[in-house]
Design a protein around this ligand. Sequence first.
Ligand SMILES: Nc1nc2c(ncn2[C@@H]2O[C@H](COP(=O)(O)OP(=O)(O)OP(=O)(O)O)[C@@H](O)[C@H]2O)c(=O)[nH]1
Length: 374
Amino acid sequence: MRYLDSKARSAEHLRAALPLMTRQNTALHPVSYAIWYEYVSGTNPDLNRRMQELTQHGAALDDAQTWALFRKHVAEPDNEAARQLSDGVTQVIESMAASAAQAGEDAARIDASLGGWVEQLLDQVQQEEQQPAPADLLQEVVANTREIRQVMDRLQVQLDASQGEIRRLRDEVQRARNEAFVDALTGLANRRAFEQQLDACIAAAPQTPAQLPWLMLGDIDHFKAINDSFGHVFGDQVLRAVAQTLKSVAAPEGALPARIGGEEFALLLPCATLAQAQALADQMRQKVALGRIRRGEQNECIARVTISLGLTQMQRGEGAGAFFERADQALYASKRDGRNRVSVLDSTARSGPQSPQLPGGERGQQQRTGTLHA
Ligand SMILES: Nc1nc2c(ncn2[C@@H]2O[C@H](COP(=O)(O)OP(=O)(O)OP(=O)(O)O)[C@@H](O)[C@H]2O)c(=O)[nH]1
């Protein structure tokens, strides 16, 4: 959203938004201000409708709702507008590139035919000695032709330069487009990229049950408490560390690690067996659980980070919604059963925790723990 309000108008919005914001159960950070600013300015009717629903009968928004509203009604429409703009620019660049290439070909063709014509003319003059063309006229033709060739050469240089610039612009647009699919905080694929890949993966999924894709969802446990205790900036560091861990698990080729929400992560596994998917989820859980938040020179451990995970396999003929929903239920089962665990849910929606909290093998191991300093 591009804000075009004058200073006076935006100050009015600030005065109107502040009392509304302070009534909510959320900190007064830029994200909450963004949604309340849009609310009082009335520029985002869908957002206003949803906020009115959520706050009716005096209910207050919490942080999770605030972030969800921001993502859905402020950030995503902006991404969509940027995507449309980039598509438009790409079309213009493609047609410019085609015109420049065509002009280059035309110039080369005219140049070649002019050159041939001059050669022919000179040959003819030499052969037809009995009727020589007036020398002045011939010289004039040759001089004019040379001049035209020089103009063509200069045009060719300009076309080459334009094509270089077009290539640079095309790369620039491609880079901007790639960024629209990347989560800026962690560098993982973002929710948009994840949803596209999920759709593509489902469309391309083979019909053999054993080869259907798996989806792992993860959600950091008690992340609000981490934010509340150590601050949002530190919370962001934890998110980056968990993203790194997700990237580092030995996922098979084609797997897509993504950050799909505030503290929610996903790993889409287009081809994996149950054993592989489960091993990956266990590896992820254990690696995150080795992380410690430490303080001061004594490296005193003041908190640990854990993650709950849910795992499910796509069923034949199933759509993205049902597949994702089941993975979410599996994740919810892990939360409900005590967190820091992996649950696998099959199509009949029976779930079972697959990894007990802190298995004995983990307690005694000597692996290096990831450390973040608060
Ligand atoms: N630092 C930071 N916090 C975020 C971000 N996105 C969402 N959050 C916070 O993530 C927290 C999510 O809290 P809840 O949904 O209550 O979940 P939780 O505390 O992790 O509890 P459980 O999931 O039940 O274990 C909220 O405090 C959000 O403000 C972000 O990009 N950075």
